[in-house]
Write a protein that binds this ligand. Structure first.
Ligand code: GDP
Ligand code: IMO
Ligand code: MG
Length: 421
């Protein structure tokens, strides 16, 4: 019997999950997304082309694989259609390779309005969401008001939709907003028809059967551990469990069926949206990381905030997820840096701690250790042994600090720029 291997982000998202899932897909027969929705933007580059995926798993480009959108995902039919049609135009026939869980929840046009209204209501404390209706859709799920993909097959779907919409209208009115979804509603219904071209499945059965029959499954995370609704920098988080436990609820697999947990992190840190970020750099170095790393959101185009690697947060993420192998991304971005800093502990209200604190909104001072930069172009390296000593020192320091081996090092956005040890 096989187990589900997992790839998930250890920071605030955008670690490079899409790229690595694509690189690892040849070793798997099934690739499944287990949470999140079109708030995700997963970038893949190969053969001179670049693709950005939002809801569709990043295993979609490698032929002969089954890709599954799991029950833990929230799906916007309009954005899904756009994404699927872009891939179809590029020559990828998705109807043969993509299945969708009937239990995945639908993002309605009014969920987007509620997302925007909630942000306005928060004023200066807004989350800086992606505006895709993620929070309100998961809220409807847990308050037992959601509509699921499988409901599209019910004869009374339109009535169910109308009931949900009128509930949302009342909420919006109560918050002083109108409820004008305009032509989006018509496009939404057309897109639900499009969605029905795909195989709607009980993904928990499909995945468990695959494992029992000895077929390997890779679960692809979205967002990152520090955006997890329970363990992230609450309330500046997303609305799903991005951590490893989310694989169990988001795909219907038992904890004993989790295999390798690949934790991805950047050689530095980024965050998009509001919320605490202890190692954030507001100076020229932060701007340099942003420019060299092209740190602009794949979904919203927003500038990503940049800072040094944070080992307090990384150790916390390794612990919560039970990470068995680390994957370090974007090392090449710091090719020309003289000095590279890493936060190894915090001082919170004057007291040193190695733990990620409950409250990050007070005074949290990172305590840094400095490393000499490697000052060479890592993008030309093909084998781990070829890396300069300074770079290896950096990698091995992270391994000692986390107790987990760094198995893959990424030195560029392309599929080929990946070094497996
Ligand atoms: P994801 O959301 O975790 O899949 O990550 P994103 O796609 O949002 O952001 C990662 C960005 O970094 C994308 O633009 C990738 O093409 C790019 N990228 C991934 N790995 C590397 C790398 O090793 N070096 C560089 N320079 N860019 C990378
Ligand atoms: P991937 O999968 C980075 C952030 C938003 C905001 C917060 C809540 O590409 O790593 P939401 O729309 O989810 O309610 O927004 O979470 N956020 C992400 N940041 N990468 C992502 O996905 C993100 N998905 C959501 O910026 O701060
Ligand atoms: Mg992203």
């Amino acid at each position: 019997m096989k187990k589900v291997d997992v790839i998930l982000g250890l920071q605030w998202g955008d670690e490079g999950k899409g790229k690595v899932v694509d690189v690892l897909t040849p070793s798997y027969e099934v690739v499944a997304r287990f949470q999140g929705g079109p708030n995700a933007g997963h970038t893949l580059e190969f053969e001179g082309k670049k693709y950005i995926l939002r809801s569709i798993p990043s295993g979609i480009f490698q032929g002969g694989k089954t890709n599954i959108i799991g029950n833990g995902v929230v799906l916007d039919p309009v954005l899904f259609r756009e994404e699927a049609e872009t891939l179809a135009a590029a020559g990828y026939d998705l109807t043969q390779r993509l299945c969708i869980s009937k239990k995945a929840h639908l993002i309605l046009p009014t969920h987007r309005l509620l997302d925007a209204a909630n942000e306005v209501a928060k004023g200066g404390a807004k989350i800086g969401t992606t505006g895709k209706g993620i929070g309100p859709t998961y809220t409807d799920k847990t308050s037992r008001n959601g509509l699921r993909v499988g409901d599209l097959l019910r004869p009374d779907f339109r009535e169910r939709y109308a009931a949900a919409k009128s509930r949302h209208e009342a909420m919006l009115r109560g918050m002083g907003h109108s409820c004008d979804v305009g032509e989006l509603e018509e496009r939404w219904f057309e897109a639900t028809e499009y969605l029905l071209r795909f195989r709607l499945i009980d993904s928990e059965y499909v995945i468990n059967k695959a494992l029992t029959e000895g077929r390997s499954v890779l679960a692809e995370g979205a967002q990152g551990t520090l955006l997890d609704v329970d363990f992230g920098s609450y309330p500046f988080v997303t609305s799903s469990n991005t951590v490893c436990a989310g694989v169990c609820t988001g795909l219907g697999v038992a904890p004993s069926r989790i295999g390798e947990v690949y934790g991805i992190f950047k050689a530095y840190c980024t965050r998009v949206g509001s919320g605490p970020f202890p190692t954030e750099l507001f100076d020229e170095t932060g701007a340099r990381l942003r420019d060299l790393g092209h740190e602009y959101g794949a979904v919203t185009g927003r500038e990503r905030r940049c800072g040094w690697l944070d080992l307090v947060a990384l150790r916390y993420a390794v612990m919560i997820n039970g990470v068995t192998q680390l994957i370090m991304m974007k090392s090449d971005v710091m090719n020309d840096f003289d000095t590279i800093r890493v936060a190894t502990a915090y001082e919170v209200d004057g007291v040193r701690t190695d733990e990620f604190p409950y409250a990050l909104d007070g005074e949290v001072k990172p305590l840094y250790e400095d490393f000499a930069g490697w000052k060479c172009d890592l993008r030309s390296v093909k084998r781990y042994e070829e890396f300069p000593a300074e770079f290896k020192r950096y990698v091995e320091f992270i391994e000692r600090a986390t107790g987990v081996p760094v198995r893959i090092v990424s030195v560029g956005p392309d599929r080929s720029e990946t070094i497996v040890r």
